[in-house]
Structures are given as C-alpha cells and as structure tokens.
Write a new protein. Sequence first.
Length: 459
Amino acid sequence: MKNEKIPYKIYLEENEMPTHYYNVRADMPTKPAPLLNPATHQPMTAEELEGVFCTELVKQELDNTTAFIAIPDEIRSFYKMYRPSPLVRAYELERKLQTPAKIYYKFEGNNTSGSHKLNSAIAQAYYAKKQGLKGLTTETGAGQWGTALSMACAYLDMDLKVYMVKGSYEQKPFRREVMRTYGASVTPSPSDTTEVGRRILAAHPGTTGSLGCAISEAVEYAVSHEGYRYVLGSVLNQVLLHQSVIGLETKTAMDKYGIVPDIIIGCAGGGSNLGGLIAPFMGQQLRGEANYHFIAVEPASCPSLTRGKYAYDFCDTGMICPLAKMYTLGSNFIPSPNHAGGLRYHGMSPVLSELYDEGLMEARSVEQTAVFEAAEYFARIEGILPAPESSHAIKVAMDEAIKCKQTGEEKTILFGLTGTGYFDLVAYQQYNDHTMTDYIPTDEDLARSLETLPNVKLC
Ligand SMILES: *Cc1c(COP(=O)(O)O)cnc(C)c1O
C-alpha cells in the first residue's frame, strides 16, 4: 500500500487491533524508580500495594521486564465498541497553514467519555471485577477520568465512588450528571466524608480543592471499606501500559502506509496519553532501531517537566499514597485559579520522567491563551472541537508545521488528539470573551511548593 494516496482517515480492521499491551519499561536500560512506602521509604512490596490496588494491576505496576502483556478478550470486546480510533491526516490544516509538513493526529475523542481515559478505565475495572471486588474509588479533576471509569463500572456492574475536585464539581455540573447517569456517586472534594478531607477543610477553609487532595480522599475510602480498591487515571506505570493501545494502533496504521513520523507530540498532564502514544516508537528508539523527536507539551501554569524537580514526592496532598520519583512541583502545588486548560497534576509519570531525564524526550510549556487560539483555529478547519488539554499538542504541532514552512522541510508530524471539549465551554467562553489570562508561577511560588518535598535518602 506504500504508494497509495493517504486517506483522510486511516481506520484499522478489528483484527488489526493490538492483542497485547506494550510495556516500554522492558526496553528501558534504566528503569523508572520504584514507588516507596511513605512511612519507611523502602520500595513498596506487592503485598503493601495490594491494600490499595487490585492484584493484577499491582503485578503490572511492578513488571519492568515483560515487553508484551496479553489484553484479555473481555477488554478487547469492550475496545471494539469504540476502537480502533482513527488516525487522521490533517490535509485541511496543512493547506491552511501552507506547510510542506505532513500532519497526522490520532483521535481518541470518539467515545462518550470524550477522551483516551476509557482505554485504561475498562482495563482497571475489569481486573478489579475479576478479583471479585465490589467497587472502586477514584478522584477526578475536569471529570474525564471519572466519566470514563463510570462507563467502565456500569458495563461491568461495579459500584463507583468519585471524589471530584470541588472547583470542577461546581463549574462542570453536566460532567457530574454524566457520571451519575452511568451510576457513579460523586462527592465534591475536599469533603467531610473522610478524615483527610476534614483535615484539609480545617486547614484551608473555602478551598476549591485539588487533584492531590481528591486522591487522598478516594484512597482513604478504598482502604477503609471492604471490597473496594482505589484506581488512578494517569501517572502510574499500569496506566501507561494500557494506553499503549494508542501508540500500537498508530504504528500499525502508519506501517500499513509506509509513513514514518519525524516528530511525535503529546500533551502531558500525568503522562498517560503521551506515554501510550510514544510507547512503541520509544521502544524502537531504545532498541536503536529508529530515531524520533518526542515532544511533551505542558501548561506554563503547571510546568512539572520544564520547571519541576526530579525527586521523590507524594502523589497526593494528604501524603498517604506511595512516594514516586518524578518531575514534580511539590504535592501541595495548586495551579492558579485562572488556569482553565486541564493538565493540572503536580507530578509526572515516573516512566516519562526517567525518559525525559535521560534526554530522550523534549518538553515545552505553552500559555493557555495561545493554546485556546490554536484550539479555535483547529476547530474551524478540522471540524473537531478539541479538549483544552489536547490543544496543547495542537499548538506545538502547528508551531512545528509553521517552522517547516519557513525551512521548506517536509517533516511528518504526529500528535495525539486526546479528546473533545464539549464540557470545557466555560473555558472557551473565557477565551471568546477575552477574559482569559495567562499566569506563570514565579520561581518563588515554585520554591515554596518544592519545600515540601520529602527527604528521601535513596534518591
Ligand atoms: C486527562 C486528559 C489528559 C491528560 O492526561 P494524561 O494522563 O497526561 O494523558 C489529556 N487530554 C484529555 C482529553 C484528558 O482527558
């Protein structure tokens, strides 16, 4: 098929969908640092982790050596309801930008939850169900993860408790109703339903909450209720593993048409979509088989890779979760309230942190008004209303395409279009009303939140 004209959309056949997840850790010469017990600072054992996560997921979390892990048939059946997702050639965007670059995006917004998060939600819910658990707890910020997990739990007939960052709970009532429609119970966080929530409320009355705080509450509920486990929608090794379906499908579709990307771009919050998209390509790079330019894009208002520190930190504000070695802004970092574009987690996936630290990936930060400008430009040309998170990747893909116009280089640019922005219209409204502003934390702001890093001898 190599000389065939590339269609606008490349869809795979069902039988071309991945049968195995790809674990990039297997090909990493230096493995991501292990999670540590927050009390003893010793690596978390499987047994300790099983108090919080279900057994199969603990196995995946700790497995740094198995390259391919079979996707159970039940999960593959669920995937077939909304996958394979299309790999789109952005012909119209190329034309409008008058660039010689070839732009492709992998579109993950074609499901009701509106993002890639469903890929890991169904896997995590499936393994928990298989273990005979009754229900799951989780946190959600903007609401995409909570929605995805609600869909997965509804499908598998499991109970779900979602702690939703209070600011989002109030700003996004429709997101909340989607979750409730799929049967989840949704509590604004911090709440008085947990000890850690009450502690945070006492210390910061009137707080609009944060992801780190909602995580603490969800974990507390899970460990204090029989038959419940906690699940997380990003950051963890297991989540990147599940999201490898994005990259595997992309690679199969590109190979089919003989397309080789030069630049691979993704937005980075906790790192799961980017980690999943780049996984098979990074694997090739690590094995010395290919050479790609990987770019992680993060908000200038929450710049964990570009301005954070690579150190052990708490994953949550309540400091009850395991410690992870990652690029972090400090577990009590809360982005400025005017930040509307998602990607607000203080840390970054340990896998991506290690790859970035080794110089295998570039990171860029972009300001939110520029992101929404790119989002609107893209929506008007390619038709899709992108999620603000995804639009970070759009912005940098457009920047790179414009560079190609200047240099005349015909680079092939691939980016992850992680989701749609239908629930982000308050943010779009701010942009359209010109009330959106940019806020970049000062060095002093960051120094203050980094002061709370735990003192871990091992790292
Ligand atoms: C959650 C989310 C992200 C960021 O999460 P990662 O784990 O960094 O991928 C990006 N885009 C969308 C649409 C999301 O919902």
